[in-house]
Design a protein around this ligand. Structure first.
Ligand code: PRT
Length: 298
């Protein structure tokens, strides 16, 4: 790897497809930047690719719906894409490398609020409008429920009100669109998030570059799962603190200017945060400061 500035004619080792403009774009750009990749994310909006200044990679700004195919056909080596598209369109020639923790949503079956349907069995013989016909067909087939799937491009939520379908299946995240259109969820078909995908037949040098990138991505993703805590504690509480918050290995302890007191630094899991704080307070800890972590490399 080299840190020198690359010319636009340089043939980069690895091509990465990311969404040009949409729900996945801001967090994808943030992930790449926090992973240390330097590039111009905005630049000229007509420009559909950009070279990384400090990593042997070129980014291609594509439609989320197209990225899967670009990777499968080895036109780009890696892609950041909604998992839902792989469930819907298949993952031939693709390897799913990493779940990225953003773009979270689910594919859900929903029915009008005032409808009598209480379970998916009630949809036997009914019409379902969806932009995800393959996933929806599979789901009902698996449950041995006969439905008529009506493929629909966009504004799916309005289909029941217009008498075009009895129910819908669509991507849901906050649920606001369902509510705004007088619909309620009946069942979840699957959950989804943004993932990093790769072409299955990558060359050795590209595989190495990808592994390098994976370490960086994991470092950023794992960092979001942890918090750094600095606190003052009575020296006698160190054993208790080590049990309540053992950190990645053990807490770092340094003496304070006041006798019998120490400063303790520890990394704790975000999910354990409030339970850990409660336990630490019971041990006489005070002056706790929570700091964000940029990266965690295990
Ligand atoms: O044009 P391009 O192919 O790039 O993208 P697009 O415009 O088709 O997709 P975009 O940007 O809307 O979504 C890209 C990806 O984001 C999807 O493939 C999913 O993986 C993921 N994602 C996460 C979502 C949502 N959340 C989401 N809420 N995709 C779509 N929605 C839509 C949904 O279709 C529905 O209309 O938002 C509405 C529901 O949202 P809530 O919050 O009201 O429930």
């Amino acid at each position: 790897m080299t840190t020198e500035k690359r010319s636009e004619t340089h043939d980069p080792k690895i091509k990465i497809g990311i969404q040009k403009s949409g729900r996945l774009t801001p967090e994808t750009v943030t992930l790449l930047q926090k992973s240390g990749l330097e590039f111009d994310p905005t630049g000229d909006s007509r420009k559909l690719s950009v070279l990384c200044r400090n990593f042997d990679a070129e980014l291609y700004f594509l439609r989320d719906g197209d990225i899967r195919q670009y990777v499968a056909r080895a036109k780009v080596d890696l892609g950041i894409v909604g998992q839902n598209l792989l469930y819907e369109c298949g993952s031939r020639n693709l390897t799913q490398l990493l779940e990225l923790g953003f773009g979270k949503c689910s594919l859900a079956v929903a029915v009008p609020d005032e409808s009598p349907y209480e379970s998916i069995e009630d949809l036997n013989g009914k019409k379902i409008a969806t932009s995800y016909p393959n996933s929806t067909r599979r789901f009902f087939k698996m449950h041995e429920i006969k439905t008529s799937i009506i493929p629909t491009q966009g504004s799916v939520e309005v289909a029941p009100r217009l008498g075009y379908a009895d129910a819908i299946s669509d991507i849901v995240s906050s649920g606001n669109t369902l509510r705004a259109n007088g619909l309620r969820p009946l069942a979840q078909i699957y959950s989804s998030q943004a993932i990093l995908i790769a072409n299955q037949k990558m060359s050795k040098d590209k595989t190495e570059q990808t592994e390098n990138l994976l370490v960086r991505f994991k470092g950023v993703i794992d960092a979001a799962k942890y918090k750094y805590l600095v606190m003052n504690a009575p020296y006698k509480s160190i054993d208790g603190i080590s049990k309540a918050a053992h950190g990645l290995k053990s807490p770092t302890v340094t003496p304070l200017a006041i006798e019998g007191w120490v400063s303790v630094h520890v990394v704790i899991k975000e999910t354990d945060f409030w339970d850990t704080i409660k336990a630490l307070k019971a041990l006489g800890v005070s002056g706790m400061v929570e700091l964000p972590i940029e990266r965690v490399i295990f």
